[in-house]
Design a protein around this ligand. Structure first.
Ligand SMILES: NC(=O)c1ccc[n+]([C@@H]2O[C@H](COP(=O)([O-])OP(=O)(O)OC[C@H]3O[C@@H](n4cnc5c(N)ncnc54)[C@H](O)[C@@H]3O)[C@@H](O)[C@H]2O)c1
Length: 365
């Protein structure tokens, strides 16, 4: 496959995330250019076009597929629209990066995975945590025995809600409607992180509640708008047993206005790994080592480890992942099978909450 080719990218959904992470970084992250944007709200597509110097805009994915010559689509639309968009893009034989979750059910995501295989195109599912430098360093440290035998993992993946801290000129009400919610918006990150480090999950249990049934938008074009937010829980405490027998805990939701809890800690028989900074800022995790043979115990901040993975510029790094997979004809780092495993966990969480029991997970990656 030619490697100096400039890849043509189309961005679907011109909301907060596309404007903040994808559109400004396409040319910085890869040998690629944005040739078109699409949004069902035409003014948003038009505005993004002008702001980022994109030559074409569309108000429908179908029209864009028909008229525009592109190689890779990034689906950054609202959560509820992903499956239909992804099926249309894959049916057209285009490579695809999908925002999370790529589909509402495991069966639908399997349909997308099989279609991508049949069409011989690459399919990447974000979030991007398996590409992170600190996560890869932690993986290596665990493998090298830095904390002895790893025993359990704890992730705190929270913020105060999309209406609370994220500036957007789009009404955030959809985050609290069926098909969206804190679990699929935030829980997906925590679940991807813990499974990247500890592998597939065997079973889960979960407690959940609505902590705030009525919210008020605090910034942006819809500042002051009241949102009824009592339909879906906004706080989930997910416990899990991994297939390797170890255990984990993901605390996730829209229910922490602020926190000083580390986002992630991994405990082992001889130490701890602690991630204390926001996730794009951690160079390497802090490391606590208990080493009686050398009379040492305490925290260190490693400034390198044997393998120093590359630094990520933005969450558009997923473009680098798909282009490498296309050019080298191999699987991407951000596989849809991993996304499907996380999706199965999220789909079974309501059953775990209602039954108060442990629920088995069947998929793997
Ligand atoms: N860190 C992260 O990974 C992160 C953070 C925020 C959002 N996200 C994800 O990014 C996606 C978008 O979120 P956002 O915060 O930008 O939301 P947003 O509401 O700001 O933007 C979504 C945009 O999609 C458009 N849209 C909806 N249906 C469409 C369709 N069928 N075709 C074309 N456009 C359509 C909407 O008009 C809107 O402009 C979601 O999947 C969300 O979960 C990820």
């Amino acid at each position: 496959m030619e490697t100096n080719r400039k890849w043509k990218v189309a961005v679907i959904g011109c909301g907060m995330f596309a404007n903040g992470q994808y559109l400004p970084n396409i040319g910085k992250e890869a040998n690629a250019e944005c040739v078109a944007v699409c949004d069902i709200v035409p003014e948003r597509a038009q505005k993004a076009c002008e702001k980022f110097g994109v030559p074409q805009w569309y108000a429908s994915v179908e029209e864009m597929i028909e008229k525009c010559d592109f190689d890779i689509a990034i689906d950054a639309a609202s959560i509820q629209a992903h499956h239909e968009i992804n099926m249309a893009v894959l049916t057209a034989g285009k490579h695809l990066i999908s925002q999370k979750p790529a589909a509402p059910t495991v069966e639908m995501l399997t349909e997308q995975i099989e279609l991508a295989k049949a069409k011989n195109v690459k399919f990447v599912c974000v979030p991007i945590h398996p590409m992170r430098r600190d996560i890869n360093a932690a993986k290596q440290m665990i493998k090298d025995g830095a904390i002895g035998e790893p025993t359990y993992i704890k992730c705190n993946m929270e913020h105060g809600g999309p209406e609370y801290f994220q500036y957007r000129d789009v009404d955030p009400t959809w985050f609290f409607e069926d098909g969206a919610g804190a679990l699929v918006d935030m829980g997906v990150h925590g679940l991807q992180i813990v499974t990247t480090l500890f592998g597939p999950v065997k079973s889960i249990a979960c407690l959940a509640t609505v902590t705030d049934a009525s919210r008020t938008v605090r910034s942006g074009a819809f500042n002051g708008l009241k949102i009824k937010s009592d339909k879906i829980p906004d706080e989930y405490m997910i416990t899990m047993t991994f297939r390797n027998g170890k255990i984990g805990f993901v605390d996730t939701g829209f229910s922490q206005k602020a926190t000083r809890t580390p986002q992630l800690e991994v405990y082992g028989t001889e130490g701890t790994l602690s991630f204390t900074k926001p996730y794009m800022e951690n160079k390497l995790p802090e490391l606590y080592i208990d080493c009686p043979e050398r009379g040492l115990r305490g925290w260190i901040t490693p400034d390198s480890w044997e393998v120093v993975p590359e630094r990520l510029i933005s969450q558009c790094c997923c473009l680098k992942d798909i282009i490498r997979a296309i050019e080298g004809d191999h699987d991407p780092v951000l596989t849809p099978e991993h996304a499907r495993h996380i999706l199965e966990i999220m789909c079974k969480i309501p059953e775990a909450i209602d039954s108060g029991s442990t629920v088995e997970i069947e998929t793997t990656f």
